[in-house]
Design a protein around this ligand. Structure first.
Ligand SMILES: Nc1ncnc2c1ncn2[C@@H]1O[C@H](COP(=O)(O)OP(=O)(O)OP(=O)(O)O)[C@@H](O)[C@H]1O
Ligand SMILES: [Mg+2]
Length: 464
């Protein structure tokens, strides 16, 4: 669309000149002969830029400027005046005009201001969109009793300094909850520092968390501040805390107990005031039983435990989430929001959500991208999600971490592997995890079966 420019000036000759200059360059021009008319047109037509005369009978330019800014602060305004005095110019600048040009008008100055103003306006709008997108992305949506209870726990935990441990499957909203706690806490203005313990190689995690001095180890060419120090006075979010090595666990425990950290290669301890929120999708009690997680650390972390149930246990949340994701998508992509028919919602409720809310969000986006229709129907949904028939899916779950992220397969290859895995687990179970027998029955060499067990990380149930 052509940028639209509003010219507010009480002199007809000026309005004509401006119209000629601007239309010649391909802009859409709107005219107003008084301040009052200018405000009305601005509100109705939402122009991209306004040229505003100062000296007008009735409402003068400065007054119009301040009212315009009150209703739309992103709108760029150029002040035009024959009576340009520095005080008016200063006043206009203070009120938020981004340019001041004098009569008689020079065509070059006008066009220059237009180019700059249009650019500025779009930057300001983009900023505003990003800001609201950021804010609304952190909203927690849901009607279920489970979610309401979680919100209540967040509200109670937030103002304290107590350590919170968030437990739940992948994609259930653990990070969202951690951020909500920080935002509702007294530390909200300080930093929220996130550390993904699973993503950082074991040799580096200590220096990530606690920092190091220059020369502390080979490759430490500069000193580094650790995440705990960075989070001082704020919150640190230890994500995937179940994946920390024993050594790191010991050090984290010390920070929690003493409230101080030591950089690698330094004997000096540094006091830190950090609120810790941790999250994991592992069953920590099981990890403890198997000697992979320290029990004392677990107790320190789980002062306030928050368990987030998977989506399949709170299907009531689906309609609200779908509506929320649809609104978000259409805002971000400038589209009219589509609707999901009751049949479509029903199909979504019947689907199997291994990836939980993250997966639901992806499915909703995919449906919106693929369909141009205003209403998404049940059949559309069925083409994208598989209904919850659970072909031995329970078996693959019981057999430990599913291969990959645990999300439902999206490519053909993923699907083949996923079904092969489920089939093997099913058969192994049937034959009491007897490898020779199973291999025999499914007619594959034993060596191949062993290879598959390793490939898919299949472990006998009740092992260890
Ligand atoms: N109640 C909710 N309302 C709105 N959006 C949600 C809700 N819960 C989760 N989401 C969205 O779902 C996605 C996944 O959430 P999040 O990253 O917090 O999950 P997670 O539990 O940390 O997952 P993982 O274990 O894989 O790290 C995010 O885009 C998040 O904004
Ligand atoms: Mg997460």
């Amino acid at each position: 669309m052509k940028p639209r420019i509003l010219v507010v000036d009480d002199e007809p000759a000026i309005r004509d000149t401006m119209r000629m200059i601007l239309e010649y360059e391909g802009y859409d021009v709107l005219l107003a002969g008084s301040g009052q008319e200018g405000l009305t047109v601005a509100e109705r037509e939402t122009p991209d830029l306004v040229f505003l005369d100062i000296k007008m009978p009735g409402l003068d330019g400065l007054e119009v400027l301040s009212r315009l800014r009150g209703t739309n602060e992103a709108l760029p305004v150029v002040i035009v005046s024959a009576h340009g005095s520095t005080t008016t110019a200063l006043e206009a600048g203070r009120l938020g005009a981004f340019r001041f040009i004098e009569k008689p008008l020079s065509k070059d100055y006008v066009l220059d201001a237009v180019r700059e103003g249009v650019e500025l306006g779009s930057l300001r709008r983009e900023n505003r969109t990003l800001r609201t997108a950021l804010e609304t992305k952190q909203q927690m949506v849901g009607e279920s009793g489970a979610l309401k209870q979680i919100m209540e726990q967040v509200r109670r935990a937030a103002p304290t300094n107590a350590t919170v441990l968030i437990l739940g499957e992948s994609g259930v909203g653990k990070e969202l909850i951690a951020r909500a706690i920080h935002k509702a806490s007294l530390r909200a203005k300080e930093r929220f520092v996130q550390v993904n313990c699973a993503a950082i190689p074991e040799e580096l995690i200590e220096s990530e968390l606690f920092g190091h001095e220059r020369g502390a180890f080979t490759g430490a060419t500069e000193k580094q501040t650790g995440k705990f120090e960075q989070a001082d006075r704020g919150t640190i979010f230890l994500d995937e805390v179940g994946d920390m090595s024993a050594k790191t666990q010991a050090k984290v425990l010390r920070v929690l107990q003493e409230g101080e950290v030591e950089r690698l290669g330094s004997a000096r301890t540094i006091k830190v005031d950090v609120r810790v929120i941790a999250a994991t999708n592992k069953d920590l009690e099981e990890e403890i039983a198997e000697g992979r997680f320290r029990e004392d650390l677990y107790f320190r972390l789980s002062v306030i435990p928050i368990s987030v149930p998977p989506l399949r246990e709170r299907l009531e949340d689906i309609p609200g989430l779908v509506q929320y994701f649809t609104a978000q998508f259409s805002r971000e992509n400038n589209r009219r929001p589509a609707k999901f028919s009751p049949g479509a919602i029903d199909a979504l409720r019947r689907a199997r959500w291994r990836g939980n809310i993250r997966e639901l969000r992806n499915v909703v986006e995919r449906l919106l991208i693929m369909s141009d229709r205003e209403v998404i129907e049940g059949e559309d949904v069925q083409q994208v999600v598989r209904p919850d028939t659970r072909p031995a899916a329970g078996a693959s779950e019981a057999a430990g971490v599913a291969s990959g992220s645990g999300a439902r397969p999206t490519t053909l290859r993923e699907f083949k592997e996923w079904s092969e895995r489920a089939f093997l687990v099913d058969k192994l179970r049937e034959f009491g995890w007897n490898i020779s027998k199973t291999a025999d029955v499914i007619d594959t060499p034993r060596s191949n079966l062993y290879k598959k067990l390793e490939q898919y990380n299949i472990k006998p149930e009740g092992d260890g």
